[in-house]
Design a protein around this ligand. Sequence first.
Ligand SMILES: N[C@@H](CCC(=O)N[C@@H](CS)C(=O)NCC(=O)O)C(=O)O
Length: 307
Amino acid sequence: MAELILHHYPESPFSEKVRAIFGAKRLAWRSLQVSMVMPRPATIALTGGYRRIPVLQVGADIYCDTALIAEYLDDLGTGPTLYPGGQMLAAQTLARWVDTELFWAAVTLRFLPENMGAFFTDPATAQAFAEDRANFAAGAQVRRPAADEARARYARFLAEMETQLGDGRPYLFGADWSVADFSVYHMLWFIHAGGGMADQLAARSHVSAWMERMGAFGEHAGEAITADDALAIAHAAEPLPVEQASDLPGLAPGTEVNVAPVDYGVMPSHGTLLRCDTNSIVIRREHALTGAVNVHFPRHGFGVTRY
Ligand SMILES: N[C@@H](CCC(=O)N[C@@H](CS)C(=O)NCC(=O)O)C(=O)O
């Protein structure tokens, strides 16, 4: 198998989710550090437009969105599955809620002046970030809660989590981790990275111990790789074969399509539809910098339209 190359940046919470899965599953990975703001020419050449971070590159196959990346990684490495049979529905549903509803509360909380810590090194970086994220937000269909609502949502969640872990279980649903542990972990990691809300964790011993256990997974570093080397790897590789099929009325395999998130960061990727089923969407792209690549998206949370 080709190397696992994560396109990410240190401050990105969704990237921390994948970094922690690498650690938990003891997977060696290559770290392609991208800028916190656009442009990201190599990553965009590979995805064809999708700009959310992180993105996982494996040879000439590109996996977008951590929900799909987690599924891809689950079959690799060591340790229990992220999708334990008896808890599949609960784990996936909690992960999706955390990655959307709790995420927007987390964004509000992380950028409260008293919780920002050293997120921005200087005013120019802060200004560039604000301008970039205003572009990113164009066309978004999400609601970011105000501070009081975000605080209450988070406090209630932490209280429920403390109760759930109160019987001494090491992970949210019992003896083994699930994908929900990694979603909750990266969200708490993000909220608490600034240090201004440390008392909320300190007051909850079970959550704190769990957080320490999960945080250890995130310390499994990847070996740095340059953007040029990642592009050369894509160029030299062939995308994995895909059985062509589509469940989209009027959009057969071979149709030129746009694929985009339905909620935010809605910049589409353009390519030729190879497959669309209830699990994922795959398009084929060609680019001078990358050669032929297949770009994979989860079906949940993404839309396909004729180009
Ligand atoms: N549902 C996506 C969410 C990804 C996401 O929102 N990523 C943030 C960074 S953590 C992002 O792309 N922000 C804008 C940017 O970095 O350009 C996933 O699971 O990958």
